[in-house]
Design a protein. Structure first.
Length: 389
């Protein structure tokens, strides 16, 4: 049993004082103070040799470390790291060449040394991992799935950035829009989507990657303010697996042609760059034959969507057996003993539907889109793709 924490020095002082009265045996005092007999012997021996300095707590650090990396090797590792910014494995090879007889540490120890000297930044908090589902996005008819993406910003002749937003039909390859934007944000995107929906109608699904403003891997169902707006229009957002651009191969292939034909060289201004985009879009839709379309052009295959862009977003009516819950501006719902259950800040001010599919297990919906499940027992919300029944 350890010394009483209240004051170890005072406890040692009392132990020694009582022992010196000769009224108590060493064993009795050890039992009283809750220490072992060997510990009592050590305290008394130190007191006899050092006096009251023996009462101070001593460092438990080893007096020597035979495997400790020499300062010469540490300095060499730091020097190489500052010069080349390489990892531990490569640094050890360089130091071995310069110091063939030196005892070198392991890669783990090298990383500790570099971290101690401020040469390795602290790791960021791990991002929420989105499980790869290998989804298939092969539409059977036009307007079943549209795809959208940012090609990647580039500098124009005036040194300003252009952010090209592209929207296309995944079946016919018809390219609805190429818009050079100053900012790749939700507000700028929404303006282009509104114009496209007015002219061409609405798709059933919109396929994008997980980047802003389309998706957010930290949010339930990767929702953002833009994707919630799409749901309200009756368009269901769907996403590629993280770091899997090949799942939207048609769109990526178009981007490759767009980059080659409309950005090399780029326009001098956003207006002149937009003219290059418009020329490419006209050629791509109406002149360039596509092997996947039987050598037809996208304009020959595509038809306008019969689903019109609504003048106003209508209120959604859930089934009578569905419980409606309002999401707070912070993204949570109030729930019984759990207090607040986090859903998504993208749904702040909206009503979600909750349908009890099993005792204590609720399916979550926003309008026509399934969001996931809420388990009353654990108080946790699960992604739709993470549930395993």
């Amino acid at each position: 049993m350890p010394w009483r924490v209240e004051s170890m020095r005072n406890q040692k002082q009392k132990f020694i004082d009582l022992y010196e009265t000769r009224k108590f045996t060493k064993s009795e005092l050890c039992r009283h103070f809750g220490i072992s007999r060997p510990t009592g012997d050590v305290i008394l021996k130190r007191y006899a040799e050092e006096g009251y300095e023996a009462l101070d707590e001593r460092s438990r650090r080893p007096r020597n470390c035979p495997n400790q990396t020499s300062q010469e090797v540490v300095d060499a590792l730091v020097e190489k790291r500052n010069k080349y910014r390489w990892g531990a494995r490569k640094l050890l090879v360089l130091v071995q060449k310069d110091m063939p007889d030196a005892s070198l540490p392991s890669e783990t120890t090298v990383n500790h040394i570099l971290y101690k000297h401020g040469l390795i930044p602290e790791r960021r908090k791990p991002r929420r991992r989105v499980e790869n589902r290998k989804p298939k996005f092969d539409p059977d008819v036009p307007n079943e799935i549209w795809s959208a993406d940012f090609k990647g910003k580039f500098r124009m002749g005036n040194a300003e950035y252009c952010n090209p937003l592209t929207i296309a039909d995944s079946y016919s390859r018809y390219l609805f829009a190429i818009a050079g934007l100053e900012k790749a944000d939700a507000e700028s995107c929404k303006t282009i989507f509104e114009k496209t929906f007015h002219e061409h109608g609405l798709p059933e699904y919109l396929h994008t990657d997980n980047g802003s403003p389309f998706g957010n891997t930290q949010s339930l169902r990767r929702m953002t303010m833009l994707s919630v707006w799409l749901m309200e229009l009756g368009v269901t957002p769907v996403y590629s697996d993280p770091a899997s651009p090949g799942q939207n191969g048609r769109h990526e292939r178009m981007h490759r042609d767009l980059k080659r034909e409309a950005t090399r060289p780029p326009g001098n201004t956003l207006r002149s760059q937009q003219r290059l985009f418009n020329t490419f879009r006209e050629t791509y839709n109406n002149i360039r034959p596509h092997e996947s379309l039987g050598m037809k052009t996208p304009a020959q295959v595509h038809v306008r969507s019969p689903r019109e862009y609504p003048r106003a977003i209508r209120e959604w009516e859930y089934d009578t057996n569905v419980l409606m819950k309002m999401v707070t501006v912070n993204g949570a719902i109030r729930w019984k003993k759990q207090g607040f259950v986090m859903i998504s800040s993208a749904l702040g001010g909206k009503y979600i539907g909750m349908d009890e599919v099993e005792t204590g297990l609720w399916a979550l919906w926003y309008r026509q889109v399934p969001l996931g499940y809420f388990d009353e027992t654990s108080g946790k919300v699960f992604e739709v793709e993470d549930m395993d029944f």
